[in-house]
Design a protein around this ligand. Structure first.
Ligand code: UT7
Length: 336
């Protein structure tokens, strides 16, 4: 079996910065509440015409390719994770194929929300391990802002989310690189909690024409819903479980970790994990303060910024971990 190596990582965030004070003008919230409960200071909101989920994914890919010193033509497969595609169908993978002018290669769309990027990376890893493909593009991109309830009613959810994209180029390891690359990935789900964090409409259970016919102030199914406390409690447990699973599987100790890049759900969640696992500040990367929760995009955006800051270097042990809607949770351990 082959090993998969991350050759390049890039990200793109919308130009428009939305500070907490801007949300204070729209709903009954405060900068203090948002900072204390989530750590978020600002997030980005897309220009809906130009900074679409697929377009941001393409921008992130271009940077990842540049940093990998590779051409788009080397990509054999696209794996795109998002919960906010440009269209209900088709998924955005095909838009990336077209935008990058690639030949008619495969494009897979992944729907695992906050865990989407780690799930997508796992899919890429399997295709490389078996020898089926040599170079796989993995994208996580989200455009939440256009669908948020930016009123008092939606404040518990809307202050958390932001837009952005990240991408990595994963490639089969060459000779002399056998000790590097993705060591393992671990995926989990628990569908009994599917509706604790969900966007229920429109869907095949509730088509748009029904929503329109039943239109009333109480019908809010087309806004994301989250049972925040419930999700929080599960998140802190599952994050730690799935990180420890990755270390145990590889006969490694958490003390050997160089950098944990957790899904940026809430700074308090990251801090709880850090404290519970006895990790130092230098071992955990957070940037939710600047971008909010960008679901499938949060890990590759964070990874890209960590790389820019020299916090991810060849030979280092890097752990990615995520938890979110589904519920789904996942981890990946990488010898960079
Ligand atoms: O990314 C996928 C996974 N997602 C997560 O892991 C997120 C998990 N959950 C959370 O991060 C937190 O539960 C939230 C940040 C969503 C909420 O924080 P919390 O500390 O659990 O607050 P809460 O829901 O218990 O609400 C506390 C109070 C309530 O008021 P009362 O009932 O105490 O009077 C809310 O109505 O804060 C109120 N509140 C707000 N106040 C100001 C809720 N949202 C807001 C707001 N501004 N935006």
């Amino acid at each position: 079996m082959y090993r998969s190596i991350v050759r390049g990582v890039g990200h793109y965030v919308p130009k428009r910065v939305v500070r907490n004070s801007e949300l204070e003008a729209l709903m009954d919230t405060s900068d203090t509440w948002i900072r204390e409960r989530t750590g978020i200071e600002e997030r980005r909101f897309s220009d809906l015409a130009t900074e679409t989920t697929s377009a941001m994914g393409v921008q992130a890919t271009r940077l990842a390719l540049e940093r990998a010193r590779m051409e788009a033509s080397e990509i054999d497969l696209i794996v795109f994770a998002t919960l906010s595609p440009d269209y209900y169908f088709p998924g955005p993978g095909v838009q990336v194929q077209q935008a990058l002018g690639l030949p008619e290669i495969g494009a897979i769309d992944i729907r695992n929300q906050c865990s989407g990027f780690v799930y997508a990376l796992s899919v890429a890893d399997q295709f490389i391990k078996t020898g089926m493909y040599r170079t796989v593009l993995v994208i996580g991109s989200e455009l939440h802002s256009g669908g948020l309830d930016l009123t008092d009613r939606g404040r518990a959810v809307s202050v958390i989310f932001g837009d952005g994209a990240g991408a990595v180029i994963v490639q089969r390891a060459g000779e002399g690189e056998a000790d590097r690359g993705i060591l393992s990935t671990h995926l989990h789900s628990q569908g009994e909690h599917a509706e604790e964090l969900a966007l229920l409409e429109p869907s095949t259970r509730h088509w748009v024409h029904k929503i329109v016919a039943e239109q009333s102030a109480e019908n809010t199914g087309y806004y994301p819903y989250m049972n925040g406390n419930f999700v929080f409690k599960h998140a802190v447990t599952r994050f730690i479980e799935v990180i420890e699973e990755a270390f145990t599987y590889n006969n490694l100790d958490v003390s050997q970790l160089d950098l944990l890049v957790p899904h940026q759900a809430n700074l308090r969640i990251s801090q709880f994990i850090q404290q519970s696992m006895g990790l130092g500040d230098h071992q955990v990367f957070n940037n939710i303060q600047k971008y909010g929760n960008t679901t499938a995009a949060s890990i590759p955006i964070a990874l890209s910024e960590a790389w820019e800051q020299g916090r991810v270097k060849p030979g280092q042990l890097v752990c990615l971990a995520a938890f979110g809607s589904g519920f789904t949770w996942a981890s990946a351990l990488i010898r960079w």
